[in-house]
Design a protein around this ligand. Structure first.
Ligand SMILES: Nc1ncnc2c1ncn2[C@@H]1O[C@H](COP(=O)(O)OP(=O)(O)O)[C@@H](O)[C@H]1O
Ligand SMILES: [Mg+2]
Length: 369
């Protein structure tokens, strides 16, 4: 899959921009605060209908404007689709080939991206919800069923939590309704646990090889941690463990007014030689581990989607030392489309730049060199 063109109107610091992208490497070069990351953000937005950035204002409409637009042309084999997102302050509309798509789940598979950004160190250092969010975004991109079941799980979870509060306050309320919700919740949970476990197993098929390719060392494993133990990931074992838990901890959950166990409390960690990188990794090891994780997603996406995702790498060169930069470029040089931002091209091996599209970015203007 390739994104061949992108158009922006009033998106962050772009009043209007029209950018043609090459099938291979696309590199956006510019000083700080010129709009490089904004371009990657626009592509992510077009793919996922939301920003991937942490710690920036979620409103992407240009200051003092009331609406914005992102358009893109995506080529998958010989099929061309035109994607468009129109944004008003509290509303966004999604279009594929000029037809409005009402459900995000029906839109999302049109453009698949894997993003690596400097914020991603948080995937190792930050709270579990950052890691869960990552799993959800990626699993949703490759499985519409996952996205739908995940949304249904969240709805049931809210209902269950509300009903726990009702039961706590009102002793004559009917607790059999809670059992009905709990059974439904368990069925969704089983599916989510199994999909996440399967995904992390697939990551482990290649993460250590990528880590070694970039870093030279070996021994990286991702470990999945549901907050409850199962005998195995067979449906019946998960079901049994959850049923047992909810029954045994009924009073406790009543007191908290909250469902305390389930995939909404999942986590995973990065172990290097059996030590958690969150506590024992250097910044360099953490960065490389996240990068290896993202690269491991490429073959998973390719396998499911039968096409390569688009790789978006923000400020990648300042994130890595010289040797690692060129090793990374070697890894992504073939077949896959990438969009990279950087403040300079110093020390980049010329052979990687020969067939790349190179753009300069200055104050919300993009020009191809
Ligand atoms: N909603 C917005 N409207 C206009 N400009 C914005 C908006 N949000 C961010 N900016 C501007 O975008 C610029 C930062 O762009 P960014 O892509 O993060 O820069 P960099 O080139 O360093 O990656 C800043 O000048 C910032 O003021
Ligand atoms: Mg930036």
């Amino acid at each position: 899959m390739k994104i061949t063109k992108i158009n922006l109107v009033n998106f962050r610091n772009y009043s209007s921009a029209s950018i043609k992208l090459g099938d291979g490497m696309n590199i956006f070069v510019g000083d700080n605060a010129q709009g490089k990351t904004n371009i990657l953000e626009a592509i992510t937005f077009l793919a996922l209908t939301k920003s991937h950035r942490l710690g920036v204002h979620p409103n992407v409409i240009m200051f003092n404007k009331t609406k914005a637009k992102i358009k893109g042309v995506v080529k998958k084999d010989r099929i061309i689709s035109k994607l468009e997102i129109d944004m008003l302050e509290n509303e966004k509309k999604l279009f594929v080939n000029q037809t409005e798509i009402k459900k995000v789940a029906d839109y999302i598979s049109n453009l698949n991206v894997i993003v690596f950004s400097p914020d991603d160190l948080e995937i190792i250092k930050g709270s579990p919800n950052i890691r869960r969010n990552l799993l959800n975004i990626q699993l949703s991109q490759i499985s519409k069923v996952y996205l739908n079941i995940y949304n249904e799980y969240n709805k049931l979870l809210r209902t269950r939590n509300e009903y726990l509060k009702v039961l706590f306050q009102n002793s004559i309320a009917d607790s059999s309704y809670l059992d009905i919700i709990t059974d439904k919740l368990i069925e969704k949970a089983v599916f989510i646990y199994q999909k996440r476990k399967e995904y992390i197993d697939l990551i482990n098929d290649s993460i250590d090889t990528y880590y070694k390719d970039i870093n030279g060392n070996q021994g990286l494993v991702v470990e999945y941690h549901p907050n409850i133990e199962f005998k195995s990931y067979e449906s019946e074992d998960i079901r049994k463990a959850l049923k047992h838990y909810y029954k045994k901890n009924y009073k406790k959950e009543l007191n908290y007014g909250m469902t305390l166990v389930g995939p909404h409390r999942d986590d995973f960690s990065f172990l290097f030689c059996e030590k958690d990188l969150k506590f024992f990794g250097s910044q360099g090891q953490q960065k490389t581990a996240v990068l290896a994780y993202k690269l491991s997603e490429i073959p998973i996406f390719e396998d499911v989607l039968k096409t390569s995702p688009v790789l978006l790498l923000d400020d990648i060169f300042s994130e890595l030392d010289l040797k690692k930069r060129n090793r990374l470029l070697k890894l992504i040089h073939h077949g896959i489309q990438s969009v990279i931002t950087t403040t300079d091209l110093k020390n980049i091996n010329k052979k990687y730049l020969e067939d790349a599209y190179i753009y300069s970015v200055k104050n919300g203007n993009v020009e191809r060199k």
